[in-house]
Design a protein around this ligand. Sequence first.
Ligand SMILES: Cc1cc2nc3c(=O)[nH]c(=O)nc-3n(C[C@H](O)[C@H](O)[C@H](O)COP(=O)(O)OP(=O)(O)OC[C@H]3O[C@@H](n4cnc5c(N)ncnc54)[C@H](O)[C@@H]3O)c2cc1C
Ligand SMILES: Cc1ncc(C[n+]2csc(CCOP(=O)(O)OP(=O)(O)O)c2C)c(N)n1
Ligand SMILES: [Mg+2]
Length: 593
Amino acid sequence: MATKTNVPNTKESQAKTHSTAPTPLSGAEIIWATLVGEGVDTVFGYPGGTILPAYDALRKFPIKHVLVRHEQGAAHMADGYARASGKVGVAIATSGPGSTNLVTGIATAMLDSIPIVCITANVSSKLLGTDAFQEIDITGITLPVTKHNFLVNKVEDLAHALRHAFQIARSGRPGPVLVDITKDAEQTSAIFDFEAAKPRPYRPHPMLHVGDSELNQAAELIRNSKRAVILAGHGVMESGAMEQLRSLAERAQIPVGLTLLGLGGFPASHPLNLGMMGMHGEAWLNQAIQEADLLIACGMRFDDRVTGKLSSYATKAKKIHIEVDPSEVNKNVKVDVALVGDLREVLELLLPRISGRDGSAWLKTIEASKGAVAVRDIKNLPDSGHLYAAHVMHDLWRMTGGDAIVVTDVGQHQMWEAQYFHHEKPRTLITSGGLGTMGYALPAAIGAKFACPQKEVWVVAGDGGFQMTAAELATIVQEKIKINIAVINNGYLGMVRQWQEFFYESNYEATPLVSPDFVKLADAHGIPGRAVRTRGEVEDAVKAARSAKGAYLVNFLVEKEDSVYPMIPAGSALHEMIRRPDRDPLEERAEDE
Ligand SMILES: Cc1cc2nc3c(=O)[nH]c(=O)nc-3n(C[C@H](O)[C@H](O)[C@H](O)COP(=O)(O)OP(=O)(O)OC[C@H]3O[C@@H](n4cnc5c(N)ncnc54)[C@H](O)[C@@H]3O)c2cc1C
Ligand SMILES: Cc1ncc(C[n+]2csc(CCOP(=O)(O)OP(=O)(O)O)c2C)c(N)n1
Ligand SMILES: [Mg+2]
């Protein structure tokens, strides 16, 4: 159908969008034209009455729309797309329940600083405030869980608001932005001028200035330290500072501990890598943090899962914090030197001031502390024929060579993944850290696959969380995408059961879980799969999944009452870890049906 838009119809001509002359377009067309101009090629959404004008105009634009099964899925897909690609993900929903269904996904992105733009429609501007059909104040609802949001009720403001939304989402500390558009703004027309709609250049916060004196102080602390540890977080990925981090660690011979969201920011196989810190982190690393005389925090926010009890956290250490968001500095942990700016830029300024430094004595001390821990590692227990999630993760890592994107859900399996799948590269672990959103994995993996179609993508989900968004199996089938799914089925809401075992006298209230036969559920969608009950079957199942042409599901029936060790009870000090007991692991196994 012929259109009079100034927007090109093919992906090849996408680059020309910016230079085309101003043209009259409807608000609905302006939405897509602006997205094309911003470089968007894929969006995740679900239609409805108020967003229909936009869906009607979509066919004129070179944008792939993925129809989700629930708007929560759209937000998680946009989020997974953003985490895998580093670009801004986009989710679309209609007014009322469509937009409220996005909220969990928006909050998930907010807590982990993920750049997404959510576009919602609302009732016509003259109906706002009348409780019209499917009217909801979504800008009010999402105010605390967005970096910023807009209500656009004039078509003339639309392109600018959308462009501004992209700028806000991706600049500084990234985060989600919502643009709510009234139906009349979609239906009326205005002159679309992509260039003129450009927001003012991003102006960094006035505190984002790193002076020579702070850099020299930091360099001096590093030079004088004997027991330094680098704490590397999600900001490493967000600023693309992997090389600079490595240079700092190698030049100063300082070992690196990673947060959950930092995994992959420093190669797991690097001799200076100490693994994950915090509640379920490596015992030797938590111990080293408590003994350290200097912590260099790089793009991490001292979350309570990382620090344990604050009053006893790393009391012997001076602290340097490199952080882009001034409000994070001195929020949880008081620091001695704050370098407030983009991590990569700050490290580039710092590196010339760091000269060779001998860290060998401290590295030896840490190495020596690993021995006792390894004995209790589940991998070293005799093969009893039982299947442990740790084995599954270890085998998956071994068989993929670590070269896959793993998208986890939330719970015990998430922690076992972090412990036993060793991430070498950035953006290969995609997981909800801050909000801990069950149901995240399957939709986020779909987003990741659209971002990186050539990459092998694995979902690792618990039997509980998988059921929360399993409807998105149909999206996988409709889109004909290849995703491998590992359900770690322990017959429990395992992480909560573990807390009940440790802290509530094993009162397993509301945690035993009856599930459908996941293999049959997959089959009902046309997705093949199999169940695995012993370690001996793991390899074959992983092979079958990897060689299947389309999606594949493996239902791993693992030990029911295994627990994640080590564990720091909430509110305890970092060194007060509960360790795996020296006894044979439990006998029970999850039932298939
Ligand atoms: C069941 C469960 C258990 C968990 N257990 C653990 C655990 O044992 N260990 C653990 O580590 N986590 C654990 N977590 C995750 C934890 O809750 C936090 O999400 C995580 O520790 C946060 O990591 P982060 O600070 O690196 O990332 P974020 O929370 O994303 O913070 C990143 C920081 O980097 C900054 N930043 C962003 N961009 C830049 C830039 N360009 N330059 C400089 N700075 C930048 C941001 O402003 C922010 O302050 C667990 C989560 C769950 C659900
Ligand atoms: C949406 C949501 N509801 C509740 C929780 C609390 N919660 C955290 S872990 C967990 C259990 C997860 O069970 P499952 O998905 O089976 O994973 P497992 O821990 O057994 O590996 C629950 C209920 C949550 N994180 N998210
Ligand atoms: Mg479970």
